[in-house]
Design a protein around this ligand. Structure first.
Ligand code: AP5
Length: 196
């Protein structure tokens, strides 16, 4: 049975860029792999179940109780997807909500997804802050170097909690400036190794 892998990274780290590159190279090399964006599944559920058509950067501003319900539904929907290839779940270790830092994969979500490993994508805080500034397509609440540093720390804290609960390893990939292809290659190598 192909595995499930959580790939997480703080906003602006370049997660989407790397995962798009990963999809491209895995297609080229015929590596059976599918990437699912947790936020997109949630966004569709907000519309289908709650009749709310939200900008993806507005989901985290909803009431926690509602986000939590949709979050669990998203996890269940992902788990029900037919799995013929390695499933890469593109998500966040935490989400900054108006009530505080909230786990992206609380225990109930983690148990549904049942990942084999967690891979964190990181970058230098200065580069993350710059990418956040330059990316005008998104609404980022935080964009200083100090914000990015704090977010990187939160991501590792939450990943540690997940790893302890699920008894799974954490690996880290660095998305260096201009090196998104290299980061995608590193990611593919890790995924293939975890499937051995
Ligand atoms: P999601 O869409 O995953 O949000 P995001 O991480 O904020 O956005 P991106 O994925 O676009 O950011 P990114 O870091 O991947 O950056 P990008 O590749 O664009 O999630 C949306 C929402 O869903 C969340 O806010 C939350 O509400 C919800 N959600 C998700 N999971 C959840 C969960 N488990 N529970 C509850 N809610 C959840 O890159 C940024 C810029 O950097 C680009 O301009 C790019 O060109 C540039 N760049 C990238 N790499 C490099 C490089 N190596 N060198 C130079 N520039 C680079």
């Amino acid at each position: 049975m192909p595995g499930r892998i959580i790939v997480a990274g703080i906003p602006g780290v370049g997660k989407t860029t790397i995962l798009q590159e990963l999809e491209r190279i895995s297609r080229e090399r015929k590596v059976p792999l599918r990437v699912v964006n947790f936020g997109s599944v949630m966004n569709d559920l907000f519309k289908e179940k709650e009749g709310k058509q939200l900008h993806r950067d507005h989901m985290r501003r909803q009431e926690i109780e509602l986000q939590s319900r949709i979050q669990l539904q998203a996890a269940r929907q992902i788990r029900r997807m037919p799995q013929r290839e390695t499933l890469v779940v593109d998500t966040h270790m935490f989400v900054r909500t108006k009530d505080g830092v909230w786990p992206g994969t609380p225990q109930k979500v983690l148990e549904v997804i049942a990942p084999d490993t967690i891979i964190l994508i990181e970058a230098k805080p200065e580069e993350i802050a710059r990418r956040r500034h330059q990316d005008t397509t998104r609404e980022r609440e935080t964009s200083t170097v100090a914000d990015a540093t704090a977010d990187l720390e939160w991501s590792r804290y939450m990943a540690s909690a997940n790893a302890v609960i699920a008894g799974i390893p954490i690996q880290i990939i660095t998305n260096n400036e201009g090196k998104q292809h290299q980061a995608a290659e590193d990611l593919l190598r890790m995924i293939e190794k975890s499937e051995e």
